[in-house]
Design a protein around this ligand. Structure first.
Ligand SMILES: Nc1ncnc2c1ncn2[C@@H]1O[C@H](COP(=O)(O)OP(=O)(O)OP(=O)(O)O)[C@@H](O)[C@H]1O
Length: 220
């Protein structure tokens, strides 16, 4: 199989008849959804309804017990690497290493994402600036506040273009301006033809580019 999730047409993500169990307990059953380039799938539901689990399934950290996730027709489970290379996941744990400076932390992520060494420093500065935290570049991340850490984690999204962003409660710990920044980043990403799957109850101001998915409709 030589095909990858990258194709010449617009991206399309399909969730088909997904089910997830924890132990013997079903979390959701018969869950369907569809997302096209330039749109965001906004997953809502009460605490414990399975939003994070769904996002982790899409990102590839958990396997669904039934059903399929297709990106341009290619099954998530059968094409893990090309999927991972084309998505960015931001979860509750920020994956930020304590002794590094904020700039070095981002540089490390840029290397992981395959940004050429020559361009890394500029990307890091641009990403920190976009999140309004350039002044934190030389501080060790262990001294950052919760909101500053969140901004630093979000800055990763801008290091390299990846068409699919999977964002679990991206505005957690952010103040009002930080939340507005996230909404702006998501809007810009969609403008570039990107896709976003996010669990958030915060209005993102995306208008008809936001597709709601109430996960409780798939409750057992
Ligand atoms: N590793 C696990 N083992 C067993 N149960 C789990 C595991 N991970 C999650 N669960 C359970 O699955 C259910 C869904 O959890 P999940 O974190 O996906 O919900 P959520 O909708 O994101 O919740 P919240 O709004 O509180 O963040 C919960 O009942 C949770 O306890």
């Amino acid at each position: 199989m030589t095909q990858t999730p990258q194709n010449d047409g617009p991206d399309q993500l399909v969730l088909h008849d997904l089910a997830c169990f924890r132990g013997d307990r079903p979390i959701f059953l018969h869950l369907d959804g569809e997302l096209r380039a330039g749109h965001a799938l906004v997953v809502t539901g009460r605490n414990g309804s399975g939003k994070s689990t769904l996002l982790r399934i899409i990102a590839g950290f958990v396997r669904a017990d039934a059903g399929q996730i297709l990106w341009n027709g290619l099954d998530r489970d059968d094409h893990d690497l090309p999927w991972r290379e084309r998505l960015q996941y931001l979860g509750h744990r920020d994956g930020i290493a304590g002794e590094l400076s904020a700039g070095a932390d981002l540089g490390h992520w840029a290397a992981i994402m395959g940004v050429a060494r020559a361009g890394r420093a500029d990307r890091v500065v641009a990403a920190l600036t976009a999140l309004d935290i350039p002044h934190l570049a030389d501080l060790p991340v262990r001294v950052l506040s919760a909101g500053q850490r969140r901004r630093l984690a979000l800055a990763r999204l801008l290091l390299a273009h990846r068409p699919l962003w999977v964002l679990d409660e991206p505005t957690t710990a952010l103040d009002r301006s930080g939340s507005a920044l996230v909404a702006g980043l998501i809007g810009d990403h969609l403008d570039r033809g990107g896709m976003v799957v996010t669990a958030t109850h915060l209005p993102l101001g995306l208008g008809d580019r936001a597709i709601g998915l109430d996960i409780e409709e798939a409750a057992p």
